[in-house]
Ligand binder design. Structure first.
Ligand SMILES: Cc1cc2nc3c(=O)[nH]c(=O)nc-3n(C[C@H](O)[C@H](O)[C@H](O)COP(=O)(O)O)c2cc1C
Length: 412
C-alpha cells in the first residue's frame, strides 16, 4: 500500500514534512524597491502557511541583484538586510509548515527592458518568434563568471539558512541559467562546462556540492529540474534521469520535476516538439519513471488541481506533489480537501492564437491573485485574462522603471 497525501514525509536530511502537498515556487514580483520581502509577501505567505501545505517553496530569489528574472523580484546577497527574510521564514513556518527558499539565476532569460547582466553558457539568444526582441543577446560566460555564480548560489543558501529557512531549492529548470548549461541547445561550449552531459551538468553539480558543504546537514537542499526541454534536440528524459543519478552522491533531499522554458512553456502544459503531456499532472509519466530508478525522493509539479490526481502522483511512487496556480487561487486548498475531497482547484488555461501572449496571460491571472492575497483581499477567480494581462504589463513597466532608477549606476 502506498502512502496517503496527508501522511507525513521524512526527508533524507531528517526534517519531517507534515504532509506531501507542496506549494511550488511562484515568482510574485511583490518585493520592495530594495528587492526585499515586505508586507505584501508576509500576508501572502501567512495565507499559505495557514492553508495546510506541508512545505512552502518560495518564489525564486535571485542570487545577483543585477541579474533578475523580473521587476519586483527578491534578491538575497552577501550584504542584503536579513531581517525581512527572517520574518518571512518565521511566517512560513507557522502551523508546522516547512519553508524552503528557491534560489535562481536567470542567465539569458532577462527582459531587455530590465537590463543588467545577461549571461549564458554560449551567446545564443532566445528565439521567441516575433517576440524575440523582448530579450537581449547573452554573453558567453568566462571561467571567472562561472566561479562567481557558484559562490553566489552558496552565499544565498547560507544566508537563507541563517534567516531560518528549512532549506533551499536550486532552480535548474525552465530555461534559467543552470538549465541553459544542461541543454545542448543553449550550451555549445567546448571546455569542461559543455559538450558531454557530464560536462553540461558540471555547473549544477558544483553548485549543489558547494551549497551542501557550506550548510548544516539538517538543512534541506533540493533541485528543480526539467524532465525535458520539450524542444527538438534539447535536454530529454534520459538526460534528466542521468542527472538525477549524478546528484545521488551529494545528499540532495528532493528533485522536483517540471519541464520547458520561455521558448517551450511545458510547465503550462504546452510543448514545442509534438510530444503531448498528460491533461493533469503533466510530468507524472516522466516523474514516475525517474522515481523508480532514483534514490532521491522525487516531486512533480504542473497541472495538479484535484485530490485524486494528487493521490495518483503518490501512488505512482512520487514522494511529493507540487501545486502552484491552484494555491494562488485558493491557499486553503489542502485544508479544504481534507473536509471536501471533491473541491477542484483553478489553473487558468488561456488558449489564444498567439501562444506567447497566452502564456503571459496565464501568468498574469495567477499573479493577480498573488497581489490580491498580498493586499489581504480575497481572490478573483473569474478575472478577465485581457484585463489581467494589461494590468500586469502596466505594473511591470512601473516596477522596471523603479529598478532601473534604483540601480542606474550599475544597470546598462
Ligand atoms: C505566476 C507564476 C510564477 C512562477 N514562478 C516560478 C518560479 O519562480 N520558480 C519556479 O520554479 N517555477 C515558477 N513557476 C512555475 C510553477 O512552479 C509550476 O511549475 C507551474 O506553474 C506549473 O504548476 P501548476 O500547474 O500547479 O501551476 C511559476 C508559475 C506561475 C504561474
Amino acid at each position: 500500500m502506498t502512502a496517503n497525501v496527508y501522511d507525513s514525509f521524512t526527508l533524507p536530511s531528517g526534517g519531517v514534512l507534515k504532509n506531501r502537498l507542496v506549494k511550488a515556487a511562484m515568482e510574485e514580483n511583490l518585493a520592495n524597491a530594495q528587492q526585499l520581502p515586505d508586507q505584501a509577501l508576509f500576508n501572502l505567505y501567512d495565507a499559505w502557511a495557514k492553508g495546510g501545505v506541508g512545505l512552502i517553496i518560495t518564489g525564486n530569489v535571485m542570487i545577483d541583484h543585477l541579474a533578475m528574472t523580473g521587476p519586483g523580484g527578491v534578491a538575497l546577497e552577501k550584504d542584503s538586510n536579513l531581517e525581512p527574510f527572517k520574518k518571512l521564514a518565521q511566517i512560513g513556518k507557522q502551523n508546522g509548515t516547512h519553508i524552503w527558499m528557491q534560489i535562481n539565476h536567470p542567465g539569458r532569460q532577462v527582459f531587455k527592458k530590465m537590463g543588467g547582466k545577461v549571461l549564458s553558457p554560449s551567446d545564443i539568444a532566445l528565439n521567441m518568434g516575433k517576440h524575440s526582441n523582448l530579450f537581449t543577446q547573452p554573453k558567453a560566460m568566462n571561467e571567472e563568471e562561472i566561479k562567481d555564480v557558484i559562490e553566489r548560489f552558496t552565499v544565498t543558501a547560507k544566508r537563507a539558512q541563517e534567516a531560518g529557512f528549512n532549506g533551499v531549492e536550486i532552480h535548474a529548470a525552465h530555461g534559467y541559467l543552470l538549465a541553459q548549461f544542461l541543454s545542448p541547445l543553449t550550451n555549445k561550449r567546448e571546455d569542461q562546462w559543455g559538450g558531454s552531459l557530464e560536462n553540461r551538468a558540471r555547473l549544477l553539480l558544483e553548485v549543489v556540492k558547494s551549497v551542501r558543504a557550506n550548510c548544516d546537514r539538517e538543512f534541506a537542499v533540493a533541485v528543480k529540474l526539467n524532465s525535458a526541454d520539450f524542444q527538438r534536440g534539447g535536454f530529454d528524459v534520459d538526460d534528466a534521469l542521468n542527472v538525477v543519478k549524478m546528484l545521488e552522491p551529494f545528499g540532495v533531499d528532493v528533485v522536483e520535476l517540471s519541464g520547458g522554458s520561455y521558448e517551450a512553456p511545458a510547465m503550462q502544459g504546452r510543448t514545442a516538439d509534438q510530444r503531448t503531456l498528460a491533461r493533469e499532472a503533466y510530468f507524472l509519466e516522466f516523474a514516475a519513471k525517474i522515481a523508480e530508478q532514483s534514490s532521491i525522493p522525487i516531486m512533480t509539479t504542473g497541472g495538479i488541481k484535484r485530490l485524486p490526481i494528487a493521490q495518483q502522483v503518490i501512488d505512482s511512487g512520487v514522494a511529493l506533489v507540487g501545486l502552484a496556480s491552484a494555491l494562488a487561487f485558493n491557499p486553503e486548498l489542502p485544508n479544504h480537501w481534507q473536509h471536501v475531497p471533491g473541491v477542484v482547484g483553478t489553473i487558468p488555461q488561456v488558449a489564444w492564437k498567439d501562444k506567447t501572449l497566452s502564456g503571459l496571460a496565464n501568468m498574469a491571472l495567477v499573479k493577480r491573485q498573488l497581489r490580491l492575497l498580498g493586499a489581504g483581499k480575497g481572490v478573483k477567480v473569474d478575472a478577465s485574462p485581457v484585463y489581467s494581462l494589461i494590468l500586469d504589463q502596466l505594473r511591470s513597466a512601473k516596477l522596471t522603471k523603479r529598478y532601473r532608477k534604483q540601480y542606474q549606476n550599475e544597470v546598462t
